[in-house]
Design a protein around this ligand. Structure first.
Ligand SMILES: *Cc1c(COP(=O)(O)O)cnc(C)c1O
Length: 399
């Protein structure tokens, strides 16, 4: 492809401009309303969005907070994770997951992922609980690795697909663990629960769940944003307090909290965008089906796996291949944007040297880190663009 063609025809990894221009009038109106009433913090805009988002997730309560990292942290704090506790999660996630654990005063420990879904491996979690933990003199479950009490598990619904929540909830119940879902990539994702014989939405299964409204997420603010969802009224009440300086009413502080509110303009903007989310997610699912069709049967290319108990919302469409870096360079040279989610698993990050993990500890997550490639995925992606991505992938394989 010539340079000129490339400039005209490049396919972005993510198009954030088009969806905002499509809603320009609604978004400007939301801003104007806040401006005319000076309603910048709290008020109806926040309550209305919280109610609408709770309904979308099929939960009783949603609490809007400043970002997804705070949503995770506040959920952990409110759920009663004590300083020094271990929270178990996966190594192949954005660092916000483990930052929130540390900021809540707890310690992350990892279990490996499932080879097909790239989500938390139930077998690995079971092995961790059965062999990696023991009961101390007080009957508490403690990690053999660190000697610390293990009190929570934090599954990440990676790439828009939910972790295997029935099996996870069963293990959590058996071991008395709190479950906090990292649903920051999974707004609207669904899981067919055999326990309740019904489809359950991301954010409605654990004790609480965290969402991010970072602009690139399936539902994004025009800035930062996040929310906690829960069906537990007490937990919701606690989180409302934590996000607002620990006050139960103005200037009466039950605890020390945070300035963790989401401002009214972002809430109004999110309320304007939320009615479009089902349609956007449906379009992402259609795009995924189209990629699956176009990319089928390419040797050495592993496509995303969506079990029949899952409805992914394809925050990302992630393929895996041995020569990932080569494929990425080839696509980028053809003007096709790509991403890597994520190149270095958390247990090998410099920030977590103190945890004492080493290469080889989580072989499946490590193999994923060197082979995953995220292709362009957004609701407005056209089938013509997808065809070009597919041709470019096939060109590379032939070389
Ligand atoms: C985006 C994201 C977060 C953090 O959200 P922010 O709003 O950026 O703080 C946490 N976990 C995962 C898996 C994410 O993708």
């Amino acid at each position: 492809m010539s340079t000129i063609e490339k400039a005209v025809d490049s396919i972005p990894f993510l198009d954030l401009v088009t969806p905002h221009l499509e809603l320009e009038e609604d978004l400007v109106a939301a801003f104007r309303k806040a401006l005319h009433t000076a309603g910048f913090i709290g008020g109806a805009a926040v309550a209305d969005f919280e109610q609408a988002f709770a309904a979308f997730c099929n939960v009783e309560h949603a609490i809007a907070v400043g970002n997804g990292t705070d949503a995770l942290r506040f959920a952990l704090m409110a759920a009663g994770i004590a300083p020094g506790d271990v929270v178990v999660t996966v190594p192949n996630t954005f660092i916000a997951t483990t930052e929130a654990i540390s900021q809540a005063g707890a310690h992350p420990e990892f279990v490996d992922i499932d080879e097909r879904s790239c989500n938390l491996s139930i077998a690995a979690l079971r092995a961790y609980l059965e062999e990696g933990c023991q009961r101390d003199a007080n009957g508490r479950l403690v990690s053999r690795r660190s000697g610390r009490p293990v009190t929570a598990v934090l599954p990440v619904h990676l790439y828009g697909q939910m972790a295997e929540m029935d099996a996870l909830a069963e293990l959590a119940e058996r071991y008395g663990l709190i479950v906090i879902e990292d649903a920051c990539q999974a707004h609207g994702a669904e899981y067919f629960s055999k326990k309740t014989n019904a489809w359950r939405r991301a954010g409605s299964i654990g004790h609480a769940a965290a969402f991010s409204f970072y602009p690139g997420k399936n539902l994004g603010a025009c800035g930062e944003g996040g929310a906690v969802t829960t069906n537990d009224a007490q937990l919701a009440q606690k989180i409302r307090m934590i996000r607002d300086h620990g006050q139960s009413r103005k200037y009466y502080h039950e605890i020390e909290g945070y300035n963790g509110r989401l401002d009214s303009i972002q809430c109004a903007i999110l309320s304007a965008k939320l009615p479009h989310l089902e349609g956007w997610n449906a379009s992402r699912r259609d795009r995924a089906v189209e990629y699956n069709r176009l990319l089928a049967g390419i040797e050495g290319l592993i496509l995303p796996c969506e079990p029949d108990w899952s409805r992914s919302v394809y925050h990302l469409y992630v393929v895996r291949t041995q020569n990932r870096d080569g494929l990425m360079r080839h696509l980028n040279a053809a003007g096709i944007g790509t991403g890597i989610h994520y190149p270095v698993p958390l247990h090998l990050q410099a920030a977590y040297a103190r945890l004492g993990y080493k290469a080889g500890d989580f072989p499946i997550a490590e193999a994923a880190a060197t082979s995953v490639l995220s292709l362009p995925m957004f609701p407005q992606l056209t089938s013509e663009q997808q065809a070009r991505v597919s041709i470019s992938v096939r060109d590379f394989v032939k070389k």
